[in-house]
Design a binder for this molecule. Structure first.
Ligand code: HPA
Length: 261
């Protein structure tokens, strides 16, 4: 692996979660260890070409997968991507399915989220500030980036739900059945542990952000059996090829989006 000395800049960043620690299909040019004012990112940034388009990849849980969701340094991760010139971030997330159409191996591009996490460093606005900033978070996922993923999934024939409210829970444990019933009453369709504060930090740094979720299990209480790692691995094996296809087909259009306005 080459350690890049150059300051490669790259408009599209992909953050891979559980089941996507390495992005095969990425023709790797090199990787770069990055330091940020917020500490170290989860892993070196990996630069390469996906379908001929420059992308930078970051393994959210480290490579190998070792950092639990509540201990990911989200601020360092997003900062490192922005320093690499990223304008649009695709967060790939493994999730549990709550909505009846969102069973294992289903791909989902959610349109909303509810944040149930706590105690995570969730903003860059802290310390001695000249002014307090309240960013508008009405649309946590950039609509134009969502539209690209959904359109490319359709063109490739990858089944993909084009709506969904993502519940971001603290983890690392899975939920109780009653917690999932509460999330359902709140209007949530999916549950995962890493969607926040990633989305809001991207927005604070003026990057577009979109979530590409892969359902890896029915959420707690939605089946009559307990959730096993085998079931999760099977769903990843079945669904991740669709996720990778959507990523490869979308990078050129995502790269053309430009910076968040
Ligand atoms: N709950 C929370 N996070 C998850 C799940 C789940 O069921 N599956 C994958 N990530």
């Amino acid at each position: 692996m080459t350690t890049l000395q150059t300051t490669n800049r790259c408009p599209v960043g992909i953050i891979g979660g559980t089941g996507l620690t390495k992005l095969n299909g990425l023709a790797i040019d090199g990787e770069r260890e990055v330091e940020t004012p917020w500490g170290d990112p989860s892993a070196p940034l990996v630069f390469g070409q996906l379908d001929g388009q420059e992308v930078v990849f970051l393994a959210r849980h480290g490579d190998p997968h070792r950092i639990p969701p509540h201990q990911v340094n989200y601020r360092a991760n997003l900062w490192a991507l922005r320093e690499a010139g990223v304008e649009t971030v695709v967060g790939v997330n493994a999730v549990g399915g709550i909505h009846p159409e969102m069973g294992p191996a289903q791909v989902v591009v959610p349109d909303q989220l509810i944040d149930y996490t706590w105690g995570r460093a969730c903003t860059y606005f802290e310390g001695e500030l000249e002014a307090t900033t309240h960013i508008d978070f009405t649309d946590p996922y950039t609509p134009a980036a969502r539209e690209i993923l959904i359109r490319k999934a359709g063109e490739a024939g990858v089944a993909c739900s084009d709506f969904g409210v993502y519940a971001a829970t603290q983890g690392p444990r899975l939920e109780t059945a009653a917690e999932i019933r509460r999330l359902e009453r709140d209007g949530c369709d999916l549950v995962g542990m890493t969607g926040m504060p990633e989305a809001v930090l991207a927005m604070e740094l003026k990057m577009n952000y979109v979530c590409l979720a892969l359902v890896v299990n029915w959420a707690a209480g939605k089946t009559d059996h307990i959730i096993t790692m085998e079931e999760i691995e099977q769903a990843i094996d079945k669904g991740m090829s669709g996720v990778k296809r959507i990523l490869a087909d979308s990078v050129t259009d995502l790269g053309a989006l430009g910076a968040r306005v």
